[in-house]
Design a protein around this ligand. Structure first.
Ligand code: SAH
Length: 267
């Protein structure tokens, strides 16, 4: 990629790159690109899966950019310590407020204030498609990845950090959660998905799960594709898909189904 000629159509002249830039790297910003900033003990874990397929192409094309902030660089002393034992005792280690605080301050200095500051945390608000949509509309986001027992509470209070959870389970670190959240957000940025309508029709778009999908061959292991899908009757197909969506949502997600019924009753 480094042999590509730099782009300069409306953006500052810079080579978009799959390689996340370090915060210390003075390269100019891509104007208008959605900005992902990740504070982590493991910057080498990025872009990870985000460097592949549609999100990877969008990164190369400069639709979004990724900046990692290595927490170790803010560590204390010769060993660059970032953690210490929990006040009050107990198992594990806690990321120090002074270390994380310095990383956050440095990171936020170059971010527009409208870009939210988020800590990936099992105690957070569960991540959702509406949240991904809001994030995609923001200029970017700073994501804090925890490790060990997590962050000193004072950092969360001081910077009014939003806590967001990937679900009711505990990961060893926030990096996978950050990548999942970024993936869900980046695919909603204009120009990232080839077919814009696929984002409007998929699961959660209307608070319903998506209908089943089929493709060739028309018959496989004795199983046929439902006739209606091969009928060419677009009205009947839309009706069938809608009915499937509703039945699936009712059976699998009573919570989504109740919310959907509430909305349609009111509407
Ligand atoms: N002691 C903490 C868990 C720490 S897990 C607690 O019980 O709440 C270590 C790190 O992994 C966390 O700091 C967080 O950044 C990340 N993590 C773990 N589970 C997560 C989840 N469900 N969603 C988002 N991040 C998570």
């Amino acid at each position: 990629m480094s042999d590509q000629t730099p782009k300069s159509h409306g953006r500052k002249t810079i080579r978009p790159s799959l390689q996340p830039r370090s915060l210390m790297d003075p390269a100019p910003e891509l104007a208008r690109a959605w900005r992902a900033q990740v504070i982590t003990l493991f910057p080498e874990a990025f872009p990870g899966i985000l460097g592949l397929s549609l999100t990877g192409k969008a990164l190369k094309d400069g639709l979004w950019q990724l900046q990692t902030v290595g927490l170790r660089e803010f560590g204390i002393g010769k060993h660059r310590n970032v953690d210490d034992t929990p006040a009050g005792g107990g198992a594990g280690m806690v990321l120090r407020a002074d270390v994380m605080g310095a990383a956050i301050e440095q990171a936020r200095r170059t971010m527009p204030p409208a870009a939210p500051l988020i800590y990936l945390s099992p105690r957070g608000t569960p991540f959702s498609q509406p949240m991904a949509r809001d994030l995609a509309r923001a200029p970017g986001a700073t994501l804090i990845c925890g490790r060990f027992e997590g962050l000193d509470q004072r950092v969360l209070d001081h910077f009014r950090v939003r806590e967001v959870s990937l679900g009711d389970f505990v990961l060893t670190g926030g990096e996978l959660a950050a990548q999942a959240m970024l993936d869900a957000t980046i695919r909603l940025l204009p120009g990232v998905l080839g077919n814009a309508s696929s984002a409007e029709e998929e699961s959660f778009a209307e608070g319903l799960l998506e209908h089943p999908q089929y493709t060739r061959p028309a018959e496989w292991n004795g199983h046929a594709i439902p006739d209606v899908l091969l009928s060419g009757n677009h009205g009947a197909i839309a009706k069938w898909r809608r009915a499937q969506s509703e039945a699936l949502t009712e059976a699998r997600r009573p919570d989504l189904w109740a919310a959907h019924r509430d909305r349609t009753d009111k509407g």
